[in-house]
Ligand binder design. Structure first.
Ligand SMILES: [Zn+2]
Ligand SMILES: [Zn+2]
Length: 404
């Protein structure tokens, strides 16, 4: 389903319980404070310090320094029951902010341009609410503040550090504020909703020489150009047309002078797909194409092909739970978008490989307020009304999952 971002859907604030509605000014204040102090992955020391300070203030049990800058808060309900984890990422991007707002970034060259400042505020609000209403749920809620989502990835080290153990997590949920959807909507999908992210750096070594005497050379630019074109056949000719995938060469560097044949050419790019069964397919075809073309020209190559994040795949039962909760918070049933998918990637996938769960989008664009720039744009900002909705959604998910 495609939404035009002409206007936000109306948000009915009466759907937020009074104790969440009254948190809204705090949520905005926390988010703006975080927005002013963006930090890159694994360097979120001010961010983690702020989170820990709040958790201490509210007497919430927590562990700091998990996978360097991560934090795990543990909130027990009033009786034994299941364990639900809520994940929030907290890192920013190396982008110079162009917004002229009072809360603009004070860290030169760094910006919360993906909304992770909002994710931290929502998770903190949820932690506070749950700590004040322990009689509303059974079992335990673990709130995972994760570093370095934008890279190199903090989810995997957090899993390796045991955040899903002791007590063992039964299910995990998380949300991304999403400017591709208007405020007043949520995107919830069963199965794959975000793509696997793979990266490649390829250097093709030919033999340089005089631009007028190509017969004495192996032209790395000609070889690399054929590789760029042939890589497109992986999606166009090898992949089942009912599947989807992307192969993008984002950088092509070669040559310095118009009359010199370049000795080497370097290509860098990314591969994306949804189906976990394709995990070997792209890498295999990539290697075959590069090897075949280079061999046919007598060129050699060095290929670094890395699998960064697996696809984000939601569990059917947990996605149904989130969907039914979202329908009670979002004004109109049509506001819960069923088949929201993007070729963007997310390391939430590492948690979802370990336990069933659901990652979902919370619409945050508002064209009426000029808040519709895409994620990672120097003028990205979102409608902060979504913060309270995020807390309400998480709290209702806890109450539903931990009702047993
Ligand atoms: Zn991002
Ligand atoms: Zn993000």
């Amino acid at each position: 389903m495609v939404f035009t971002l002409s206007s936000p859907l109306p948000v009915d604030s009466s759907r937020l319980r009074p104790d969440v509605r009254s948190l809204q000014p705090q949520l905005v204040q926390w988010r703006r404070g975080l927005h002013q102090r963006p930090e890159l992955g694994f360097r979120e020391t001010l961010t983690a310090g702020f989170i820990a300070e709040k958790l201490r203030e509210w007497d919430i049990e927590h562990q700091t320094g998990v996978a360097q800058t991560g934090i795990v808060a543990v909130i027990d309900g009033s009786r034994p029951g299941p364990v639900l984890a809520i994940r929030a990422d907290m890192d920013a991007l190396p982008i110079q902010e162009e917004n002229q707002v009072p809360y603009r970034s004070q860290h030169d060259g760094l910006m919360h341009a993906c909304g992770h400042d909002g994710h931290v505020a929502i998770a903190l609000g949820t932690a506070y609410y749950l700590s004040q209403h322990r009689d509303h749920f059974a079992g335990t809620v673990k709130i995972i503040f994760q570093p370095a989502e934008e890279g190199p990835g903090g989810a995997k080290p957090m899993v390796e550090a045991g955040v899903l153990k002791n007590p063992d997590v039964d299910a995990i949920i998380g949300l991304h504020l999403w400017n591709n959807l208007p405020l007043g909507t949520a995107g919830v999908r069963t199965g794959a909703m975000m793509a696997a992210v793979e990266l490649f750096d390829l250097t093709i070594h030919g033999k340089g020489g005089h631009g007028a005497m190509p017969h004495q050379t192996i032209d790395s630019i000609v070889v690399a150009s054929q590789v760029v074109n042939a890589l497109q056949t992986i999606v166009a000719r090898n992949l089942d047309p009912l599947q989807s995938g992307v192969v993008t060469v984002g950088s092509f560097q070669a040559g310095k002078a118009r009359n010199v044949i370049a000795d080497s050419a370097t290509l860098s790019g990314t591969v994306r797909y949804f189906d976990p069964a394709l995990t070997d397919f792209f890498e295999r075809r990539f290697n075959e194409i590069v090897a075949g073309i280079c061999h046919s020209h007598g060129a050699t190559y060095a290929l670094d092909y890395r699998k960064l994040y697996p696809p984000v795949v939601n569990d059917g039962a947990i996605a149904n739970l989130v969907r039914s909760v979202a329908e009670t918070v979002i004004e109109t049933p049509a506001g819960v978008v069923p088949d929201c998918q993007t070729m963007g990637g997310e390391d939430m996938s590492f948690f979802l490989q370990e336990v069933p769960g659901c990652y979902f989008f919370l619409g945050s664009a508002n064209t009426d307020k000029g808040l519709a720039y895409p994620h990672h744009h120097p003028r990205f900002d979102f409608d902060e009304t979504a913060l309270g909705m995020g807390v309400e959604l998480f709290v209702r998910c806890v109450e539903k999952f931990c009702a047993r």
